[in-house]
Design a protein around this ligand. Structure first.
Ligand SMILES: Cc1cc2nc3c(=O)[nH]c(=O)nc-3n(C[C@H](O)[C@H](O)[C@H](O)COP(=O)(O)OP(=O)(O)OC[C@H]3O[C@@H](n4cnc5c(N)ncnc54)[C@H](O)[C@@H]3O)c2cc1C
Length: 276
């Protein structure tokens, strides 16, 4: 029997520079059968290892409907992510998972999906947006609110342009530090909430981003009338195992790896979360 902690080898088949600090790595398991049988729910993550450096949890940023390869969008923030950023097409990494619960999209059928993303937090949300695109007829509209540091630090530019043109999709982007040629919105992502008539009834909000952004976004959405049961946020915490053994990611009684990383507003209200 193979232990659940055993990583499987995967080959990097594409590397895309998204911003100065963020790259998207597209990979395939070396074992073709394993790749063929691979499936995941949007919002799930995998433990990605760079051999000789270590393992880190990274969300899947590709479409659950295109599983001939898997994409990870990774910020260069420390030793493992930096080692990954030095890697090129053709090199091998380790993967285990997918882990976590993901966003319960099947429960959201018939509703508007409101995505609120901050910086690299867009990565796990992108796979949910792809799911919406794939199954548009099952949902009402999608609203994508994205906040990033500057126009240069904007992730997934090609996707954003495509979504702006699509029926049933409303895309609003804001930057903290505009450049002279920036014609869009400026300021934090919560400033976007009143730029469009947002339907509160029959809607759910899916959020991911830095803790402070999540904190103020949840407050902003509640002020607009959203109730806890309409809110779903994906959290990030340091974790080593991804399996609920190491207890590095627990928040109160909950483990981010095992019970999350997606928590409903009702769960979040009972969790001792930091606001910074
Ligand atoms: C469920 C989950 C999904 C994730 N998905 C992604 C993703 O899609 N893309 C991505 O770029 N990152 C993601 N992360 C964060 C990523 O796992 C960390 O940035 C990872 O620790 C980087 O490893 P490192 O060795 O490069 O940096 P480290 O040396 O571990 O840390 C670098 C810096 O980041 C801080 N840090 C590390 N991990 C976290 C964390 N989880 N939360 C807050 N601060 C942290 C450290 O304190 C340090 O300041 C995710 C984390 C979780 C828990």
């Amino acid at each position: 029997m193979i232990a659940p902690e055993t990583p499987f080898k995967a080959k990097i088949i594409d590397v895309k520079q998204e911003t100065s600090e963020i790259k998207t790595f597209t990979v395939q398991f070396l074992d073709k059968k394993q790749q063929k049988n691979f499936f995941f729910a949007p919002g799930k993550f995998m433990m990605l290892s760079v051999f000789g450096f270590g393992e880190m949890p990274i969300s899947i940023s590709s479409s659950p409907y295109k599983t001939d390869s898997i994409a990870f969008t990774v910020a260069n923030v420390g030793s493992i992510s930096n080692a990954l950023h030095q890697m090129r097409k053709g090199q091998e990494i380790g993967l285990r998972g997918p882990y976590g619960n993901g966003f319960p999209l099947q429960k959201f059928r018939g509703k508007n999906l409101i995505f609120v993303a901050g910086g690299c937090g867009f990565a796990p949300l992108r796979s949910s947006v792809y799911s919406f695109q794939e199954k548009k007829q099952e949902f009402k509209d999608a609203f994508v609110f994205f906040g990033c540091r500057s126009p240069k630090e904007m992730l997934f530019k090609t996707d954003l342009k495509q979504w702006e043109r699509e029926e049933k999709m409303h895309v609003l982007v804001t930057v903290d530090e505009p450049t002279p040629d920036w014609k869009g919105y400026t300021g934090v992502v919560t400033k976007l909430f009143n730029k469009i008539d947002l339907p509160v009834e029959d809607s759910v909000c899916l959020l991911c981003g830095p803790q402070v952004m999540l904190h103020f976004s949840l407050i902003g959405l509640k002020k607009l009338g959203f109730r806890d049961k309409q809110l779903f946020a994906s959290l990030e915490r340091l974790m080593h195992c991804g399996l609920g053994y190491c207890a590095h990611c627990n928040i109160g009684q909950k483990y981010v790896c095992r019970d999350g990383p997606v928590f409903s507003g009702e769960e979040l209200a009972k969790m001792p979360l930091r606001e910074d």
